[in-house]
Design a protein around this ligand. Structure first.
Ligand code: FAD
Ligand code: NAD
Length: 519
């Protein structure tokens, strides 16, 4: 839980600094980077303080360990001795100490629920929380069992659903022909489209996820027999039906679909579900600028996954034996695609930081090698842009990435749109991503305009200079008509985004007018 996307808790504003991850950090002492932490975890030192013994931790015991040099924290039912880690935490000691001797799950979920703390803190693992003793009846027994699973992060939180949400739980069924198996899910919701369905078939296991507003319906089965690799998905939006079509390998009559696995047939809040990864092959890697590359990854044939506009995925790599996860926002292959969209491919535009932890490793990935890619996430909804007249985009550096698909979507699908303007902040001319493509798009589509602002320009630069400011924004965000409906999207380093939002609010724009892209 360490550097930007790998820190456990946020940093207090007074000590914040921000690095490429976009997450606020406090300065760390030399020798206290994430890589240094990983080295320490491999050193064989007794970091849990229990010499490898695991214990059941009661609330009383947990509460005793609430000092910097004796600090235990519970995350999702698992207790860690984080004292050795305090100095390595980019969010700072104070933030970590907020959860000292207590349950830090909520604080953790708020910041980076996707950080793989199990891997990064595994040497600090003390044990699981003990269950509270309660009077034993048949009913309480099942509650205890349920809570135990919940604590271990296994059980879907279906019991938290209100009555209306419970009525919305989808149902599923399956049937077969000689050559195929079709799993049908009745979602009880309309407007189901293909990108709301994610399906994987790996090692004999079929996992399906359907995103239904803020909830996920999960199907997770160990299939009775092996199937062929290609998996197809059909959606019938009007009736809310999803069909997953599998091809049999042999002409066998199946007696049942298979054995249910963890979380099968569950309906949970999207924010409560775990992350699911599949291995994707690196197909190509091309230079975009001196330090940024376009990576093309191919999904397995047995995966159905489309990343919606404005959403990101997580990449996972094992670095020095520890799983490290970072978010990236897929782009399209080009701003004006010459080829039809390749749905089995994911394009990522990634800046390589020579002294970063994740991107140098990624840069070493060879064509044909594999990397883990998660399901998509993100709060942006296409409906935010579907009825706007004016769209204003503010991007800094790689904060341009969510704007790529958004631009294509808006210009090709939003009929009401009159103007789309992008203000793109970079350090130098050489840092501008897809400058030619942006200028070509502005030439081709009269509704679109782009302006480049440099913060560290060379002498020859005749365009605008500086960083995001109130005066730049008041000049840039001008409605096409007095009553036009607008949306302003912003993405870049955290201070850029924070300042931008503040300036826009001071200029009178409401929170509905602004969308900021964050993890
Ligand atoms: P890091 O190890 O995080 O380091 C980056 C820089 O910060 C280095 O220069 C390092 O020296 C410095 N640094 C790190 N920690 C400290 C510290 N404690 N004190 C001082 N300096 C420090 N990036 C893209 O390129 N493309 C994308 O599409 C993209 N999408 C994103 C989507 C989201 C939702 C978010 C939140 C981020 C996205 N990012 C994207 C950023 C990405 O997730 C990584 O943060 C980025 O790739 C840097 O990772 P790294 O491990 O290589 O660098
Ligand atoms: P960079 O360091 O090259 O800076 C680009 C521009 O951002 C600068 O020219 C400047 O105008 C502005 N800027 C930088 N620091 C600033 C500050 N402290 N105050 C005001 N303006 C500032 O940018 P980069 O290395 O390409 O970093 C891009 C950032 O965008 C990363 O932090 C990344 O995590 C974030 N990002 C977020 C998402 C998302 O969806 N949330 C997606 C992609 C990238």
């Amino acid at each position: 839980m360490l550097n930007a996307p790998s820190q456990v808790f946020p940093a207090p504003a007074s000590q914040q600094r921000v690095a490429a991850g976009g997450r606020s950090k406090v300065p760390l002492k030399p020798g206290r980077s994430l890589m240094d932490w990983i080295r320490l975890t491999k050193s064989g030192k007794d970091l849990s303080g229990l010499k490898g013994k695991l214990i059941e931790v009661t609330e009383e015991e947990l509460a005793k360990h609430n000092k910097k040099d004796d600090c235990w924290i519970c995350i999702r039912g698992l207790v860690y001795n984080v004292s050795p880690y305090v100095e390595y935490h980019p969010g700072g000691e104070d933030e970590l100490m907020k959860a000292a001797g207590a349950d830090g799950t909520d604080l953790f979920e708020e910041v980076h629920r996707w950080v793989n703390y199990e891997s990064m803190l595994k040497e600090c693992f003390v044990g699981r929380m003990a269950l509270k003793p309660i009077g034993v009846t048949k009913e309480t027994c099942s509650i205890v069992a349920e809570e135990k699973k919940l604590l271990n992060g296994i059980l879907p939180k279906t019991k938290e659903l209100d009555a209306t949400s419970k009525e919305l739980i989808p149902s599923d069924d399956w049937f077969q022909t000689d050559s195929s198996i079709t799993v049908t899910i009745y979602t009880k919701q309309k407007d189901i489209i293909s990108e709301l369905v994610i399906v994987d078939y790996q090692d004999g296991k079929l996992r399906g996820e359907i995103i239904l507003k803020d909830y996920s319906y999960i199907l997770n089965v160990e299939l009775s027999y092996a199937i062929q690799e290609d998996v197809a998905v059909h959606t019938t939006g009007k009736v809310g039906k999803v069909e997953i079509i599998l091809k049999k390998k042999d002409n066998i009559t199946w007696k049942n679909l298979g054995q249910p696995l963890e979380g099968h047939h569950s309906f949970i809040r999207c924010t409560d579900r775990g992350f699911h990864y599949r291995k994707c092959k690196l197909i190509s890697k091309t230079d975009v600028t001196h330090n940024t590359k376009l990576f093309c990854l191919m999904l397995p044939q047995s995966t159905h996954l489309q990343v919606p506009v404005g959403q990101h995925i997580y990449l996972k790599q094992i670095i020095a034996g520890t799983e490290i996860v970072k978010p990236y926002t897929p782009v399209s292959s080009s701003l004006i695609p010459e080829l039809p969209n390749l749905t089995a491919h994911i394009f990522l535009m990634i800046k390589i930081y020579p002294n970063g932890l994740f991107t140098p490793e990624l840069d070493h990935l060879q064509i044909g090698e594999y990397i883990y890619v998660s399901n998509p996430e993100g709060s942006f909804k296409k409906s935010q842009v579907q009825t706007v007249d004016d769209l204003f985009l503010l991007a800094a550096g790689t904060g341009f990435t969510p704007m790529v698909k958004l631009l294509s979507y808006a210009l090709n699908n939003v009929c009401s749109l009159r103007i789309v303007k992008l203000m793109f902040f970079n350090k130098t001319e050489g840092d501008i991503l897809w400058r030619n493509k942006l200028e070509e798009l502005a030439f081709q589509d009269k509704r679109f305009d782009v302006e480049f602002i440099l913060s560290e320009p060379e002498k020859e630069w005749t365009g605008k200079q500086g960083k995001i400011s109130s005066s730049l924004l008041s000049e840039f965000v001008k409605r096409s008509k007095d009553d036009s409906k607008l949306l302003i999207c912003i993405c870049g380093p955290a201070p850029f985004t924070e300042q931008g939002i503040r300036f826009l609010q001071d200029l009178g724009y409401s929170s509905e007018d602004i969308h900021s892209f964050t993890a």
